[in-house]
Design a protein. Structure first.
Length: 339
């Protein structure tokens, strides 16, 4: 693919042409990588399907085993792929070096575009440069808002984690929190670090940070339990992903703590926990939208030369708060796996 019109090499006027509004009416196709099929087949899509030439797009994330957040990202990507006549190849590895190898695999397969998360951007810098030299456009999503332009990427779709963290800190002030514990499930992940740093910037109370091994949930549970027993003054546990929030609720029970839980990100079970009051509130970065826009953005670039954000600004998908005031409405979509 011709890269002569890349936004870093030739500036153009911003053209934002992502048709995301129809995303939630589309069902996804299954990934060609052999992963589980989307719950809804492409045959049920209510919008038209592109008649443009078949494309192949690789979506490479830092998903850890068992992290359901990425099922929603993938479902959005599959919906866009179904609409845009795209063969989607999904792969993931939480180890940054292994993730870089997966991007290299996509380059070797001569895909038409790559969408990649940048949890640890330094480890991916070299291979993203190789993709560019090979004429393959690369867009970023979810993690890496501070680094996508440095890496000469085409576009970025996601949440400003620092802004989200600052909003979270203000929310903690509103609910009267005094001493919070920010639980980081992947040490070194820049997006997670930015979330806790953002909370600390605006939170008027005391904030502690606790690193846990997010790939070992029993260990997560025991580590949080031990911390709560050690310091009973902690009145809020802040988690950075839905599965960890639900585990923190169990830890609070085991520790005999009176702390409450608030979190970043959603899944079906977390919606139930917000309704029941086990979780006080959550920040939704709309992962379905991230996957959808990343894939659709590559299609738009290939077929119409569009740059979402003009190649200069990210397309933000969050933050938005979910609590008892709006959880019923959001829950309708979460039940479908799209929020």
């Amino acid at each position: 693919m011709d890269r002569s019109s890349h936004p870093r090499s030739r500036r153009i006027a911003p053209v934002v042409a992502v048709a995301a509004a129809a995303a939630l009416t589309l069902a996804g196709c299954s990934s060609s990588s052999g992963g589980k099929k989307s719950e809804e087949g492409a045959a049920n899509a209510s919008a038209g399907k592109a008649t443009t030439p078949r494309m192949t797009v690789a979506l490479v994330t830092h998903q850890a085993p068992g992290d359901t957040f990425w099922d929603t990202v993938r479902k959005g990507a599959e919906a866009a792929a179904a609409k845009d006549n795209i063969k989607l190849i999904y792969s993931a590895d939480p180890n940054a070096g292994n993730q870089a190898n997966l991007v290299q695999n996509a380059i070797d397969q001569k895909v038409d575009g790559i969408a990649v998360t940048l949890a640890k951007p330094d480890a991916l810098k070299g291979v993203i440069g190789k993709a560019e030299k090979s004429g393959i456009p690369v867009v970023g999503l979810n993690s890496g808002l501070s680094d996508w332009k440095k890496l000469n990427m085409l576009e970025f779709f996601g949440q400003d984690e620092s802004v989200a963290g600052e909003a979270f800190g203000k929310k903690l002030n509103e609910v009267g929190a005094k001493h919070a514990l920010c639980v980081v499930q992947e040490q070194g992940n820049v997006g997670l670090t930015q979330r806790c740093d953002g909370v600390e910037k605006t939170f008027d109370g005391k904030l502690d940070t606790q690193n846990v091994n997010g790939t070992d949930m029993p260990s997560v549970k025991s580590t949080i339990t031990a911390k709560l027993k050690q310091d009973p003054s902690i009145d809020y546990v802040v988690t950075l992903g839905a599965p960890f929030a639900l585990t923190a609720v169990q830890s609070i029970g085991d520790a005999g703590s009176k702390a409450k839980v608030a979190t970043f990100d959603l899944n079906k079970d977390l919606i139930k926990a917000v309704k029941s009051g086990d979780i006080q509130f959550a920040v939704d970065q709309q992962p379905y939208l991230q996957g959808y826009l990343a894939v659709d953005g590559l299609w738009l670039y290939k077929n119409n030369g569009n740059y979402s954000g003009g190649g200069e600004q990210p397309v933000l998908t969050g933050p938005a708060f979910v609590d008892k005031s709006n959880v019923d409405k959001i829950g309708e979509f979460a039940a479908k796996g799209t929020r």
